[in-house]
Design a protein around this ligand. Structure first.
Ligand code: 13P
Length: 253
């Protein structure tokens, strides 16, 4: 997604299954010049919009929201990482909690998708995150370590770049976001797990984003502790004005 010596903060708009076709052009027009020297911006549209967003993306990165764990074959309804690339994507979200919970993607499936994405030359944006029961039981660190360990698949070291998105399930689409202080603690635990399980060439360099009810209003608190490298935004990202307001609140220099 981002070459070295390029921006060290990231903002990803995950449209999920939203925006009508006629909304794509105006949205891209509003944001296509927004990427800066410090913040890279990626848009993850539904598959049918990939080519259009890539064509109108300017400096923006286009990402898939999901990919198959195979490159081709009899997999009705699936889209391979190579096909995403051919449509202009440079990154792909893997293991989003909606994929895990609604479509039954296990850690093993997520690991295979990660491998396939890396093999196709896409930057994977691996999503991890605990549910409320796990947090209330005090098992966050162990849960996230297990997800990271399961994803530390063979071939990962060949990736040019890996991005990790910490998206606690209880914060996604709920209006209830993590606090900056909570993120500082959890991201520290994630870093420890990356050091333990990730290939050495990625343990330190993997960017860690936060996702879960990010808005222009809570962005400043979320970045205040300096623990995270950016955001994966769902609902608020559907409004280009809000996305740009989040970008502004991240600080541009
Ligand atoms: P919301 O920003 O709507 O909570 O969604 C977060 C998310 O799932 C981004 O991938």
């Amino acid at each position: 997604m981002i070459r070295s010596a390029m921006p060290n903060r990231h903002l990803i708009a995950n449209w999920k299954m939203n925006l009508p076709p006629e909304g794509v052009g105006p949205y891209m027009e509003a944001i296509h010049r927004a990427a800066s020297a410090r913040v890279s911006i990626a848009v993850a549209p539904p598959f049918p919009y990939l080519k259009e967003t890539a064509g109108k993306g300017g400096d923006l990165i286009i990402a898939g929201q999901n990919c198959a764990d195979h490159e081709s074959g009899a997999f009705t309804g699936e889209v391979s990482p190579g096909m995403l690339r051919a449509c202009g994507a440079r990154a792909v979200i893997v293991g989003h909690s909606e994929r895990r919970s609604l479509y039954g993607e296990s850690d093993a499936v997520v690991a295979r998708k990660l491998s396939a994405a890396v093999a196709a030359g896409l930057t994977p944006v691996l999503c991890i995150g605990e549910d409320l029961r796990t947090r209330d039981a005090g098992h966050v660190s162990r849960f996230l370590a297990d997800q990271i360990k399961a994803a530390a698949t063979s071939g990962l070291e060949a990736a040019k770049e890996i991005v990790l998105a910490y998206e606690p399930v209880w914060a996604i689409g709920t209006g209830r976001n993590a606090s900056g202080a909570m993120l500082a603690e959890t991201v520290g635990q994630i870093r420890e797990s990356l050091e333990r399980f990730w290939p050495v060439n990625h343990a330190k360099s993997t960017a860690i984003l936060y996702g879960g009810s990010v808005t222009p209003e809570n962005t400043a608190d979320l970045v205040a502790h300096g623990a995270i490298d950016g955001f994966l935004v769902g609902g608020a990202s559907l409004d280009s004005g809000k996305l740009l307001a989040i970008l502004a609140a991240m600080g541009r220099d």
